[in-house]
Design a protein around this ligand. Structure first.
Ligand code: AHG
Ligand code: MN
Ligand code: MN
Length: 359
């Protein structure tokens, strides 16, 4: 079979750079190192139990990360791969990761650059042992360029300031979805030559959908606007939406984001009353913001429910936040419901004495 005729990631980045004649090429160098990290993680994930890393809990350290979650071996391996593949590129002032409490200082033996790399090395890792698609999420910000150590405050930038963002999804095919602020491009890894090939150019998310994703087991904790939105979807043709909806929940946000990027939809992990001490399940800097940049660059929307995600000013590195993203008309509708507080009516299926789903 001939090697595909597609443009490689490298060729794409070179052509993109030509749009900025003064560009130093540092961002391209960093993106290519991130792509190598994703290829290495793809290979480690694909080996699964063959290397004993199928879903095993990490042995190193206390294996409870700063999130209070049990780390899988592959969380630790993926984190190390991101560090090792990117710390030498000479383009980074520092890094931050879901799996590390503090920012990572680039060793003094390596040249430091002007970018900050923030990442979730393995998203959806609770799915590793059941062989469901997982992924890596990354966000690139401008950092200090005087070679000093980075501090948490350097990372407290809104999502709107991201220079680039993207994710890799390790599924039946490994793909890299990337935006450098000029639309969203999708690259498919050709395992025959180990290259990411441009297969999805200028992706656009359909503005409407009939598919929503939410963890319905949390329905008793949802706030009224979310209950209203989901209930209207559940009422289908007979309800105010006048059409039937489909529901998905993969518990791997990268997989949900990819489905939405490919065919539209809406994902909700809203702030709820389950644990009033935390503002949501997902993290702002390395999950919500990069996904928000991807979604908005592809013509979709991303919101906390109240506010556009990209406007949120972070207060701390591992800050959690309610996250809603996808087809713009659905996200706009959910934001509208947040502006129109309602009191739930007792005949709504969600509040009926019977279960969430009418028996
Ligand atoms: P991570 O594996 O990086 O901790 O992220 C998992 C996240 C996200 O991928 C997914 O949407 C969500 O957790 C699933 O949460 P529930 O298990 O509560 O459904
Ligand atoms: Mn994650
Ligand atoms: Mn993770």
């Amino acid at each position: 079979m001939p090697i595909s005729h597609h443009v490689t990631l490298t060729q794409f980045l070179i052509s993109e750079r030509q749009r900025f004649p003064k560009a130093s090429g540092n961002l391209n160098g960093l993106l290519l190192d991130i792509a190598v990290a994703c290829k290495a993680i793809s290979s480690a994930v694909a080996m699964g139990e063959l290397t004993g890393n199928g879903g095993a809990v990490a042995e190193e350290g206390g294996n409870i990360n700063v999130q209070g979650e049990t780390q899988k071996k592959l969380d630790v391996i993926s984190n190390r791969v991101f560090i090792e593949r990117n710390e030498r590129c000479g383009h980074l002032a520092g890094m931050a990761s879901e799996e590390m409490e503090l920012p990572y200082q680039i060793p003094k033996s390596y040249r430091r650059g002007k970018y900050l790399l923030v990442f979730d090395p393995l998203d959806g890792s609770s799915n590793i042992d059941v062989n469901v698609s997982v992924g890596s999420i990354f966000s690139i910000l401008k950092g200090p360029d005087d070679g000093r150590d980075v501090i948490e405050a350097d990372f407290m930038q809104t999502g709107a300031t991201q220079v680039a963002a993207g994710y890799a999804i390790y599924g039946p095919t490994t793909m890299l979805m990337l935006t450098v602020g000029n639309g969203v491009q999708g690259f498919t890894l050709d395992p025959r030559i180990g290259e990411f090939m441009l297969t999805h150019r200028d992706i656009q998310i359909p503005p409407d959908t009939n598919e929503f994703a939410i963890n319905a087991s949390n329905s008793r904790f949802w706030q009224a606007p979310i209950k209203r939105y989901v209930d209207e979807c559940l009422k289908g043709k007979t309800g105010p939406r006048g059409k039937d909806f489909n529901m998905r929940w993969i518990a791997s946000m990268v997989a949900e984001a990819h489905r939405i990027l490919m065919r539209g939809g809406v994902f909700m992990y809203p702030r709820d009353t389950k644990d009033p001490k935390i503002a949501g399940r997902l993290r702002l800097l390395y999950e919500a913001n990069p996904i928000a940049m991807i979604m908005e660059q592809a013509g979709g929307r991303c919101s906390t429910g109240e506010k556009p995600m990209l406007e949120i000013v972070p207060k701390e590195l591992h800050q959690r936040i309610g996250l809603i993203f996808g087809s713009k008309n659905e996200v706009n509708r959910i934001e509208k419901y947040h502006r129109e507080p309602i009191t739930p009516k007792s005949d709504e299926p969600l509040f009926a004495h019977r279960s969430l789903f009418r028996d």
